[in-house]
Each structure stands twice: as C-alpha cells, then as structure tokens.
Design a protein around this ligand. Structure first.
Ligand code: SAH
Length: 351
C-alpha cells in the first residue's frame, strides 16, 4: 500500500477500509502528515472557509454518578472538591459570554442527579429566553429518549456525547460493568433522531487503545455521521487508576483530526483544551490539521480548577475575557479568522 494513494483515495471517497486506515495510522511519516493536513485543511476551507468558531464552555457541575476509570471527577474520587453552579450563576456566565460576543453556550457537567429533567429544561429555557438567538449545546451524559426530547423541545440545539471507543472490549477496560457501550451508542442514535446536531468522539491514546480500535472509531463515526466530533489527547489524572499511563501526543491527535476531516468533510471539529494542555501551541496545530472550533472557558474562575478531568488543565486561573482575547490572538496569528456566529453545521436545520 502507498500512503499518498490512500490519502488521495480518502480525500475523494471520504472513507477507506479498516486495513487501509490501520496502515496509514501505523506507517505515516512526517512528509505524508503534511500532505494529509493540507488536504484536510483545504476540505475544511471548502465548506467553512478559514473561520474558527468560538463556543463558550460553562462547566456547571462536577458531581457525577458514573465512575469512568480515566476521569478525574469520577464518583469514587474522594479527593475531588465538588461544586454545582446555581441557575443564577449559570445565567451570569451566559451574560458575561454575551457581552464578549459569544452566541453558543456549551453546558457541560458530570451526570449529576440534582440536575433532573425539570432543572435542565428550566436552565435551557432561561438561557434561551434571555438570548433567543444563541445556540445551546448540552453535554451531560446518557439520558433516556424522553429526556433528550424534553431538552430539545425546551430549545437545546446540540448535544456532545463522546462514544469514547467503538470497541466493546476496549470500552470494558475504561468503564465499570454497569456502563454499556450499546447504551451510549443508542443514546447517540436517539439524539440524531430527535434532531440535535450531535457530537461523538473519543480520547487519543486512552489506555489499551490500538491502531485497530482507532480505525474502528473512525468507521463508527463515518457510519453515525455526527455534525460535530470531539477528540483530544487522553491526559492522566493523579487520582485515577490510570495515573501512570502516558498522555496522547500532538502528532497522534492531529493525525486523527485530519483523518476525521477527510471522512466527515462538513463536521465541526474542535481543537480542544486538552490539546492545548499537552503543547503550548497545540490548538494552533489542531487548526492546521483541519479543526475549526475552539471552546474557551466561561465558567467562574472559582470553580474552574475543580472541573478537573485530567491534570494540568490550562487557563484555570483566567477570566473569561482573557480567554476570549487570548484565543482570538492565537487564531489570528495562526492565519485564521475568528467567527462569533452560532456556527451551525452547514447541513443542519431544526426539525
Ligand atoms: N458527563 C459528560 C461529560 C463528560 S466530560 C458525558 O458523559 O458525556 C467530557 C469528555 O472529557 C469525556 O467524554 C472524555 O472523553 C473526556 N475526558 C475525561 N477524562 C479525561 C482525561 N483524563 N483526559 C482527557 N480527556 C478526558
């Protein structure tokens, strides 16, 4: 097999066989990486131009009933300093975001039973009532079809739920027995059916990941056809059983970003905080690989450090305004243009 030919084939057909993906992942050299990034960037430019969309991230609770082995806010981490924001505090984050020009809010949290459906619906409605033109993204884990439908009818537009890994055996090594890959996938399909813009995705270099599971992740994404894809390096957290596992690298992450861009040309693809954490210019490298979204933090500075999924998370001491301007500078210096509009997927309209 020849890597250039495979990249060309992928850029043309937007899919490859599993063996072909594995071959690229295992054999790509620096020169071919450059070629791949260029192909990915020009495909992004075709649909979205050289714009980078900004989403304001509000981490509103770090209570979680789940126990994902890799995650710093897992239920059994007794050292996590738990917090939840009040509705007023959440609205205050939205106000600050609005003043800074944001028109998308991403509400992310652990699976916190305090935030039952009524409270989520109340939160979505309150933000939409104040800022009717904004887009709301939820990222609060696995819920029933009925719950997802209620949030959608209340005004939520998008939902992020990384599948984490498409391989059953790998999923078992990252999660306790009571969590099921089949349920997570069903959740993603339900979200799609309801009409959300859906984001799936996975960590790069999570423990026990292989080239084969990565290829399966890519093919799973191709089949699901999500409007957004969230990927970033796994980074160990000191209070988890994976504390001594190596973090993912920039090279591994940018390779996956480019492959995803070629497979799902119109997807909205963030260059994540985790990528910025492992390399001071990680996010810029993500844009160059085909990403087109950044998600600066709008959470109150007092709780930022507590939403600690992994160690050494960046920007935990900065005010929202600092993050907004820092990322704008980075985007401009890297040769891109900041876009503060809702930035919906070009293929999506609300049902
Ligand atoms: N409770 C929500 C949000 C989870 S946090 C849900 O279940 O979807 C968002 C993402 O952070 C997770 O999906 C996971 O992929 C990522 N994450 C968790 N721990 C991490 C770690 N140690 N390193 C990098 N990313 C991590």
């Amino acid at each position: 097999m020849n890597i250039r030919n495979l990249i060309d084939k992928l850029a043309q057909n937007h899919t490859l066989k599993k063996e072909e993906l594995i071959y690229i992942i295992e054999n790509i050299n620096d020169e071919d990486r450059k070629y791949l990034s260029q192909k990915a960037s020009s495909l992004r430019d075709k649909y979205y131009g050289n714009k980078i969309y900004l989403r304001g991230l509000i981490e509103f609770t770090n209570y979680c009933k789940n126990d994902c082995y890799y995650c710093g806010i897992r239920k059994s981490n007794k050292n996590a300093d738990r917090y939840r924001l009040t509705l007023d505090q959440i609205l205050e984050c939205a106000d600050i975001g609005h003043a800074l020009g944001y028109s998308t809010y991403v509400l992310q949290g652990g699976e916190d039973p305090y935030f039952n459906d009524d409270r989520i619906v109340e939160m979505v409605k309150a933000i939409k009532a104040k800022y009717p033109n904004c887009a709301i993204t939820l990222s609060i884990g696995e819920k029933s079809y009925e719950s997802y439908k209620k949030y959608y009818d209340a005004g939520a537009d998008r939902y992020l739920l990384r599948h984490e890994t498409a391989n059953e055996e790998h999923y078992r090594k990252l999660h306790p027995e009571n969590m099921k890959l089949s349920n997570r996938i069903q959740c993603l399909r339900n979200l799609k059916e309801i009409g959300y813009q859906v984001g799936a995705g996975f960590m790069i270099h999570s423990p026990y990941q292989t080239s084969e599971t990565l290829a399966e992740d890519l093919l799973f994404l191709k089949d699901l056809n999500p409007e957004m894809v969230g990927i970033g390096p796994f980074i160990p957290h000191h209070d988890t059983q994976f504390k001594d596992e190596p973090a993912g690298t920039v090279e591994e992450t940018t390779l996956m970003l480019s492959l995803i861009r070629l497979m799902l040309p119109t997807c909205l693809l963030p260059s994540t905080t985790a990528l910025g954490t492992i390399d001071p210019v990680g996010r810029e490298k993500g844009f160059d690989a085909g990403a087109n979204v950044a998600m600066p933090n709008l959470s109150p500075t007092s709780s930022r450090k507590k939403y600690e999924l992994y160690d050494n998370k960046i920007c935990t001491g900065d005010e929202a305004a600092e993050c907004r301007h820092c990322i704008e500078n980075r985007i401009n210096i890297a040769g891109y243009v900041l876009d503060m509009s809702r930035g919906d997927n070009v293929t999506w309209t609300r049902k």
